[in-house]
Design a protein around this ligand. Structure first.
Ligand code: NAP
Length: 325
């Protein structure tokens, strides 16, 4: 099969298209013919081997798992002899974490892994991106902050993969949503459900005097200390981007003060938790309450180009590899 192989850390040029052996599923695995795969900021970080501390998990001097990519959507081609929940021909989507990469024609995934049946009317390209922004934002907003109806939620970076999902998910949970993005993305963020949209090029949301129950800084461009005055009493600052300062504020606010700083590495949560979150998202996807914003689709051969675009930090929603090209 064709697959993208990375034998060293570095620029997008380290991603090489190669022909390798097609994987064979174990007893409890399904073999999926991949139709689309996400290209995420996390993928580009794994390609670079940055931050350095991440190498403790993905390989000290070179990638432990050479095939890039984690999110996928595709069709089950073969099942292992013990598989009960899926059948050949089922359309499925999910995530393959720290193991078999998904920038390839095929991947084997455990039947009790992060895997669900894809709604028929959802395109593979839309489903492949769910395990990045939507799954992370759902974990942060529902799992960690426990957003309730009537709360005020500000989404910073509302036009990214996490942000476009976070606006929709916070609205779905009944919050009054404010989105922060640039001029060119204001209409889109409004259309996703933000009641108010702030242009980050013109207004600093931390200086307006407006306060929120939750500030979700999806791009880590602010900080707990900067946002503290924009938080209501018992307010929560959430960020998926870890820094030493955030780590310190998490530890400090866990013990002192009524305003909290929170971080989570969603991909390190137990598979059973991720699977449950994915099932909930699938229901929202199926009923049309969650839509995937797709910015660009690339062919598998164009993977380096896709990574270069994600590296700009200005993608709009999600970038995917589509095998339909
Ligand atoms: N902890 C976890 O579990 C976890 C999981 C997944 C991802 N992440 C992390 O989450 C972060 C966000 O990822 P992502 O894929 O959603 O987005 P991204 O690619 O990092 O960001 C893209 C968006 O950010 C906007 N943006 C850039 N600078 C901004 C600023 N100063 N203020 C507001 N918006 C700005 C851009 O809009 P403009 O073009 O208009 O500037 C663009 O739409 C990444 O650092 C990723 O590594 C963490």
């Amino acid at each position: 099969m064709k697959a993208i192989i990375t034998t060293k850390y570095g620029s997008p040029e380290v991603l090489e298209l190669k022909d390798i052996e097609k994987p064979v599923p174990n007893k409890n695995e399904v073999l999926i013919h991949i139709r689309a795969a996400s290209v995420t900021t996390a993928d580009t970080m794994m390609r670079k081997g940055r931050p350095w501390v991440g190498r403790l998990f993905i390989g000290l001097t070179k990638p432990k798992h050479p095939i890039s990519g984690t999110g996928f959507s595709g069709v089950i081609e073969t099942i292992g002899q013990d598989v009960k929940q899926f059948r050949i021909g089922n359309e499925v989507f999910g995530e393959s974490i720290f193991g078999a990469g998904t920038n390839a024609e095929y991947v084997c995934v455990k039947e009790d892994g992060v895997l669900v049946l894809k709604p028929e009317h959802i395109a593979h390209e839309e489903a492949a991106a769910i395990c990045d922004g939507p799954l992370t934002s759902w974990n942060f907003l529902k799992g960690m902050a426990k957003v309730k109806r009537g709360q005020s939620v500000l989404i910073h970076g509302a036009s990214g993969s996490l942000g476009t999902a976070a606006v929709q998910l916070a609205k779905h949970l009944g919050a009054n949503v404010t989105g922060v993005c640039s001029t060119k993305n204001m209409e889109m963020v409004k259309s996703l459900g933000a009641a108010t949209v702030i242009d980050y090029g013109k207004i600093d949301f931390t200086k307006t005097g407006q306060t929120y129950d939750i500030v979700f800084d999806t791009v880590g461009k602010s900080s707990f200390l900067k946002c503290k005055k924009a938080l209501n009493k018992n307010g929560i600052y959430l960020s998926p981007v870890l820094s030493l300062s955030l780590l310190f504020q998490m530890l400090r606010t866990a013990m002192l003060g009524n305003k909290k700083a929170m971080f989570s590495a969603t991909g390190t949560k137990p598979i059973s938790v991720l699977r449950l979150l994915l099932k909930e998202l699938n229901e929202l996807l199926e009923s049309g309450q969650l839509k995937t914003v797709i910015d660009r689709c690339y062919a598998l051969e164009e993977i380096s180009e896709a990574h270069r675009y994600v590296d700009t930090g200005h993608k709009r929603g999600n970038v995917v590899i589509s095998m339909q090209y």
